[in-house]
Design a protein around this ligand. Sequence first.
Ligand SMILES: [Zn+2]
Length: 310
Amino acid sequence: MKFSFFAALLLLSVQPLFALDPAPAPAFEVTDAWLANIANRAPENPLVAPKQKRTILIFSRMTGFKHWCTPHTANVVKILGEKSGAYRTVISDDLRHFEPENIKQYDVIVLNNTCSIGPGRHLFYDVLGDREQAKALENSLISHIKEGHGLVAIHGAIVAFNNSEQFSEMMGGSFDFHPAQQIVTGKLVDPDHPITSAFDGEPLVHVDEPYLFNKAYLDYNFHPLLRMQLEPDAPKDKRIKNLATEKDSVERYISWIKPYGKGRVFYSSPSHNAQSFEQPELLQFLLNGIQYAAGDLECDDTPLKQMSKK
Ligand SMILES: [Zn+2]
């Protein structure tokens, strides 16, 4: 017994520093133990004190692809607010929250893996079956953000209204496609940016779907936070096919912020897998991004297209 213990120790010591298994992370249920683990790793305090009491809606309805990590992600956002005191949360999948009279009460709307059905790809239409009503609710959401509130979209949430140019413009892009899950490295565009300071200068390394974007994304009308890097020796099916012609050299960002009217948007492609949230740095990053969306964390959100003109 004693020998095998030391043998195991020895084995551990010769493992490379980062021995992530690039295979898709296995699904698991939300358990009390997992929630306690996340609560333990979540930041004690927010990066900045909230300017006022903040209320956040966590909306996780999906009609398209069902992400197994959806309940985990909702709990992560809830725990981040509860533990740090940065905000209180309302968790509901009721579409009535998006009606103009009701949405007013929320400082931030968090869309959590709210995937819609292809090829129409309009979440509200999928649920309501009425184009006019669906568009009115989408407009209500867009107006609410434009008037000075926050939108946070996590991973598949960007697909919610994937064919809507208006939503794409607000979001900073639309979902295009993703190669198979693999080790994805999110390099920090600016390690000193308040939101990415969560990572202490180190990249985010985890197993994820490498998301790629189109539509408004190609306008670079957002302030990038994480730039995607894939393993150079990834098998062919995991490599990224080229985007069309002149867009070929496009940078692959997987997280960004952007002002929208008087409001703010934070998109985080991480993560397809709940295991990613076990990294305290990613938890801090998400909390920082939510605080930006709430209007509490003031930081540089100059769109990339304006940055390059400077
Ligand atoms: Zn996914």
